[in-house]
Design a protein around this ligand. Structure first.
Ligand code: SF4
Ligand code: ZN
Ligand code: ZN
Length: 299
């Protein structure tokens, strides 16, 4: 197929602009990030930015682009202690930051908490406590080190599948907190997702065209992740109804206020770490059975 803008050979069929050649695709991709940052007020000129890097495609691409664009960024990588996967992903995160001159902080979960993800006897699903742990550390690290915003590599497919699964399960609390930009409140540092309107396929092609290396292996626990199941359903809907993903997400944002989070009104401070919590002890301190606060400003 030919690029619809210049009739050169196309490299991709984008979800919102159709077939594009290499140059027009890169232009489209980068202007989509810029417009997402502007539309959802993700970054301010004075921001001290922390990017969560995993060694995978999404965080590698967004850190590459923000650095290229001249933003002052640092990255944080958490080694989750998941067999070979974590060591490989740490290698990619380190190489990426070295190549593009981005300051990198590394936290090793085994050193911090005594064990890694997947090694704990619990009824809770591995991805559930892994997500809880990562979210807590990212936020607490950013707070302790005075970062004003945390950037993650969540993309359109991640967001649609997350909202879809939470709608199916009527998790109103999670739905109320979803979006491309979440304000800073109750000791939660502001969060932003500049890849919010770009698909996984587009991110893979952008990485390839720009020579951005990343770990393509899946986490061994991902095979059990329900998000993969929801993503396959969503891709089937998109194939039958082009534009479904973007209209789903935009309509969600338009109607998000109906998912008011009543728990926000009764937010407390965790007795162990002082972070916001809906109960006496926050879920991170409860899960890891912590007796005192962890400070990250000496990392
Ligand atoms: Fe953690 Fe699950 Fe993601 Fe693996 S797939 S990194 S266990 S959330
Ligand atoms: Zn073109
Ligand atoms: Zn706590």
């Amino acid at each position: 197929m030919r690029c619809k803008l210049c009739s050169n050979k196309s490299v991709i069929n984008t979800h919102s602009r159709g077939y594009l050649c290499k140059d027009h695709f890169i232009e489209y991709f980068e202007s989509k990030i810029d417009s997402t940052i502007k539309r959802y007020k993700i970054l301010k000129p004075e921001d001290k930015i922390l990017v969560m890097i995993s060694g995978g495609k999404d965080s590698s691409v967004i850190s590459y682009y923000l650095k290229k664009k001249g933003y002052e960024i640092s990255c944080l990588y958490i080694n989750l202690g998941i067999e070979d996967y974590s060591d490989k992903s740490e290698f990619y995160a380190r190489e990426h930051c070295k190549k593009y001159g981005i300051p990198l902080y590394v936290i090793n979960l085994k050193e911090l908490l005594g064990t890694g993800i997947g090694k704990i006897k619990t009824k809770r699903a591995v991805c559930s406590y892994c997500g809880l742990t990562k979210r807590y550390i990212f936020n607490k690290f950013a707070k302790d080190n005075n970062f004003s915003v945390v950037i993650t590599g969540h993309n359109l497919d991640d967001e649609v599948s997350f909202i879809f699964s939470n709608l199916i399960n009527w998790n109103l609390r999670y739905l109320a907190r979803q979006g491309p930009s979440l304000p800073s409140e109750h000791d939660f540092v502001r969060k932003g997702k500049p890849l919010y309107e770009l698909t996984e396929k587009e991110i893979v092609v952008y990485a390839m065209l720009n020579g951005i290396a990343y770990l393509s292996d899946e986490c061994p626990y991902a095979t059990n992740a329900t998000s993969l199941f929801y993503k396959s359903i969503i891709n089937q809907i998109e194939a039958n109804s082009k534009g479904f993903k973007i209209s789903f997400i935009r309509n969600f944002l338009r109607n998000k206020k109906i998912f008011f989070n009543s728990e926000d009104a009764s937010i407390k401070k965790c007795m162990v770490c002082g972070m916001p919590s809906s109960s006496e002890i926050c879920s991170f301190c409860k899960f890891w059975n912590l007796k005192k606060e962890i400070f990250f400003n000496s990392v």
